[in-house]
Design a protein around this ligand. Structure first.
Ligand SMILES: CCCCCCCC(=O)SCCNC(=O)CCNC(=O)[C@H](O)C(C)(C)COP(=O)(O)OP(=O)(O)OC[C@H]1O[C@@H](n2cnc3c(N)ncnc32)[C@H](O)[C@@H]1OP(=O)(O)O
Length: 210
């Protein structure tokens, strides 16, 4: 077994699965860290206070790092269903970087509602283009995996039609547009609260060879 597919499969099999109670505790911690990250981005406290809080955060990091895994865990959401990558940077309840998005599957693909705060700001008051790309990659990939062939992103084409605002409810939707052999094609978009498209995407996903 030498291919990319085998490497991914081996890595997933080696991950420890969390039970529901453990996942809930990790998700609650990740929520607190999201709040901390937003507070860092927006804080206006004095320099001495920044340094003092930095020392406390360093101590907290030391407590968490005291017992460390080699790699992030997996879990079954709600205690059932497939093993999920709970630290995925878009959907992972256990990853403070993830907004996190809760994606629901539709007849033709996938969809999610979400709001991004100043942590994800690129141009002032708008979302960073790399963040919207990451979200579209994930949602198109999940649409492809649910309706066609699960794969890794081989190409992702984006068209930024208008700035994506921060602090307001956004929608991302995706649908599978075709599949053949190891390849799945998907298209999708991010919509602002008025239903206007801010970013459009097309992607090709290829199931890695064993
Ligand atoms: C539920 C999960 C949701 C996940 C969403 C998030 C997904 C991700 O972020 S994945 C991470 C980012 N992507 C990657 O790291 C992928 C890195 N690339 C790779 O691993 C490989 O290039 C991979 C697997 C895509 C293709 O490799 P390999 O299987 O060797 O492909 P190869 O045999 O050369 O090509 C297969 C076919 O696809 C075609 N193809 C390959 N790449 C492309 C491309 N970029 N554009 C168009 N066609 C392509 C080839 O021409 C070939 O066509 P044909 O069968 O007609 O000859």
């Amino acid at each position: 077994m030498t291919g990319v597919g085998s490497a991914i499969e081996r890595a997933r099999r080696g991950r420890r699965a969390l039970d529901e109670e453990h996942l809930a505790a990790l998700a609650a911690l990740a929520d607190r860290v999201r709040e901390l990250t937003e507070a860092v981005v927006l804080t206006d406290v004095e320099i001495d206070e920044l340094a003092a809080v930095g020392e406390q955060v360093e101590a907290l990091t030391g407590r968490l790092a005291a017992v460390r895994r080699d790699a992030p865990p997996v879990a079954r959401y709600g205690g059932h269903g497939p093993l999920r990558h709970v630290t995925n940077p878009v959907t992972g309840l256990g990853n403070p970087l993830a907004p996190p998005l809760t994606i629901e599957f539709t007849e033709t693909g996938a969809r999610a509602g979400f709001t991004l705060n100043h942590v994800y700001e690129g141009p002032p008051t708008f979302v960073h283009g790399g963040i919207t790309a990451m979200i579209l990659d994930q949602v198109l990939g999940m649409a492809a995996a649910s309706k066609a062939v699960p794969g890794v992103t081989a190409s992702l084409e984006l068209r930024y039609r208008r700035p994506t605002p921060i602090g307001v409810p956004l929608t991302v939707e995706a649908e599978v547009t075709g599949s053949s052999g190891r390849r799945s094609h998907a298209a999708g978009r991010i919509l602002d609260p008025e239903g206007l498209v801010t970013v459009e995407a097309k992607a090709l996903f290829i199931a890695p060879q064993r």
